[in-house]
Ligand binder design. Structure first.
Ligand code: TYM
Length: 323
């Protein structure tokens, strides 16, 4: 059976971009792959500096995954900071990578371009920790959104450097990116992202969710005129969760005219609530079961450690730390 691994930061409530670009695939792939999924809370420390937020968002993310259908019997679900192997391998890989290589990373280049002088060493080093996350579990595929593609390519390069220096050690992973959801647009048409404040959060209370959907930016074509569905942010999101028939029906309404963007947004909101109805209900239920949620993570940590500690031991032997 082929193996997948992926991670997600507990840096806010999961949004439609996270779900469609990554989480949905993670849940679906449980059936046919050996799955490792983790909460990337070491990475989240680059932005989350409040202990209560770190804790609450981690718990919220674990609950969200379970509500969406993550089955702990099928998936090893764990928390990055509970496994010292990640930080340990990160250091070893740090010593394999030259600074100019890291300077090519998009996140670092963006921060520099924006003149942000308050960038931590952690943010600079972010891709190497991600390489450690991946290489420890020797996955065949890493299911992610388009924004992570460069990180997977860097992981392959870092693994190759290590393999060339110390002999064949790491397996080279491949990114698994679904084209139609590679970049899910946010309420302003840019990529949906916590850092742009343009998200639609799938487990937000209904009132908040409504506010986010109603805030989607559209053009100013009058209600009575025909509209082009393909150029509308509301339609683009609708298409990603609705059936073919419902999508065609909405497209027809756009093109016929007499159908305003307010109507389209209400249609999208109804669809989101319908699509996530079961998960939203389960979320409320699971959220109360603290022992269960923490138990799942504890169990996942143990299984993850079995795999990651073996890889780290192999690495240490290659380096000459142990015999
Ligand atoms: P993060 O937490 O930013 O996002 C989690 C997942 O959601 C995807 N995603 C999107 N996909 C499509 N359209 C969007 N608008 C969108 N926004 C987010 C991301 O591509 C990602 O798959 N660095 C990672 C976490 C990480 C990781 C790893 C992932 C740490 N170590 C090892 C894979 C393997 C991150 O920040 O994801």
């Amino acid at each position: 059976m082929k193996r997948i691994l992926s991670g997600i930061q507990p840096s806010g409530r999961p949004h439609l971009g996270n779900y469609l670009g990554a989480m949905r695939q993670h849940i679906e792939m449980q059936e046919n792959f050996e799955c490792y999924l983790f909460i990337a809370d070491l990475h989240a420390l680059t932005t989350v500096k409040d202990p209560k937020l770190m804790h609450d968002q981690t718990y919220d993310l674990a609950t969200s995954y379970l509500a969406l259908g993550l089955d702990p019997k099928k998936t090893v679900f764990f928390k990055q900071s509970d496994l010292s192997e990640h930080a340990e391998l990160c250091w070893i890989l740090d010593c394999m990578v030259k600074i100019p290589f890291l300077e090519r990373a998009h996140a670092w280049k963006d921060a520099k371009q924006k003149g942000n002088k308050d960038v931590s060493v952690g943010l600079f080093n972010y891709p190497i920790l991600q390489a450690a996350d991946i290489l420890l579990y020797e996955p065949d595929l890493v299911p992610v959104g388009q924004d992570q593609k460069q990180h997977i390519e860097m992981t392959r390069d870092i693994a190759t450097t290590f393999n060339t220096t110390f002999g064949e050690t790491f397996k080279l992973p491949e990114a698994y990116i679904k084209e139609e959801v590679a970049v899910v647009p946010g309420t302003d048409g840019q990529k949906m992202s916590k850092s742009y404040g343009n998200t639609i959060e799938i487990f937000a209370p209904e009132k908040e969710l409504k506010k986010q959907v109603m805030g989607i930016i559209t053009d100013s074509i009058p209600l009575e005129d025909p509209k082009d569905p393909k150029s509308c942010n509301v339609f683009k999101l609708y298409k990603l969760i609705a059936s073919k028939e419902d999508t065609q029906e909405l497209a027809n309404k756009y093109m016929a005219g007499g159908f305003g963007y307010g109507d389209a947004k209400k249609t999208l909101l109804t669809k989101i609530l319908e699509y996530f109805a079961e998960a939203r209900e389960k979320y409320e239920e699971i959220y109360q079961k603290k022992d269960f949620v923490y138990g799942v993570i504890e169990e996942g940590n143990k299984k993850a450690k079995e795999t990651s500690s073996k890889t780290l031991e192999k690495v240490k032997k290659k380096i000459g730390y142990i015999r």
